[in-house]
Design a protein around this ligand. Structure first.
Ligand code: ZN
Length: 277
């Protein structure tokens, strides 16, 4: 009897890996790309009012270094961290991952990690592919650099210009290739937003991709402030749980990889083609 109690106790004490929570319905991950100034001035106070979590994917690409009308300062990025938001890695030069440039991934990520260290921000563990460009050869390098979750866009299932996507299916989507269920566009209506977040059920998690609110430097991915407020209000009224990408670790063990990174992608493409017929 005593031996069994001891074994049970040991399992309880060491068993945190087994203590993953079941995925609730209405679970949404908010992500914001490209270090846009309005993430600090507009998005931050709105999310704080609702108590929502989010990941801000930071790059020093574009004219981040000189254009402080349109891009945050590192002090503002540090404040986002202090407010409880996650700071994620979007590479120094906004460089996507291709078969040819995997050898540059370390330099690109470590430049952001060094800035984080200099500003009291923890080393990044979440990554978003710049331009939503990925290559499976990058997985090993991302893992080695400490990345546990990486987010792509709605492609390749949907074309980039549509801003559509699928919700994350645990165990079927690769943790380093998590799809955006929606990638907000200037003309997005509430119906577009609902198509993304309504997928957050039956064990699926809707990961949303936003850019600036507004986004003067990248007008093709701009979101008007009124529209963004309406989206966030909807999530609050419908009692969605809104978290950062790193918080997925509560629900999923990122070390568990599907056998194939693209089986689920190909299956969805077939579904889309079948529906279109
Ligand atoms: Zn970007």
């Amino acid at each position: 009897m005593k031996l069994w109690s001891g074994i049970v106790l040991i399992l309880c004490l060491t068993g945190h890996a087994f203590a993953l929570e079941p995925v609730p319905d209405r679970l949404v991950v908010l992500t914001f790309d490209d270090s846009v100034k309005s993430h600090f001035t507009v998005v931050r106070p709105i999310l704080m009012d609702y108590g929502f979590g989010a990941t801000f994917f930071i790059t020093e690409g574009f004219d981040f270094k000189t254009n402080k009308d349109d891009y945050m300062t590192w002090e503002q990025i540090a404040q986002l961290h202090q407010d409880g938001f996650e700071i994620g890695n979007h590479t120094r030069d906004h460089q996507g991952i291709s078969e040819e440039n995997v050898s540059e991934v370390e330099e690109q990520l470590e430049a952001i990690n060094r800035q984080c260290a200099d500003h009291g921000i923890p080393r990044t563990t979440s990554f978003a592919y710049p331009g939503n460009q990925f290559h499976p050869n990058g997985f090993t390098e991302l893992s080695r650099l400490g990345i546990t979750f990486a987010r792509r866009g709605g492609a390749p299932e949907y074309e980039y210009k549509e801003g559509k996507g699928f919700a994350y299916e645990l165990g079927r989507d690769h943790p380093l290739l998590l799809p955006s269920a929606g990638d907000a566009r200037p003309n997005w209506t509430m119906a577009d937003f609902l198509r993304a977040v309504d997928q957050a059920k039956d064990g699926r998690i809707a990961i949303l991709q936003f850019h600036g609110v507004p986004d003067n430097a990248h007008p093709w991915v701009h979101t008007p402030e009124d529209q963004f407020r309406a989206f966030m209000k909807y999530l609050s009224l419908k009692e969605y749980q809104v978290i950062a990408l790193r918080d997925l670790a509560k629900y999923v063990d990122p070390r568990q990889m599907p056998d194939s990174y693209d089986a689920i992608i190909n299956q969805r493409k077939l579904e889309i083609a079948r529906k279109a017929e």
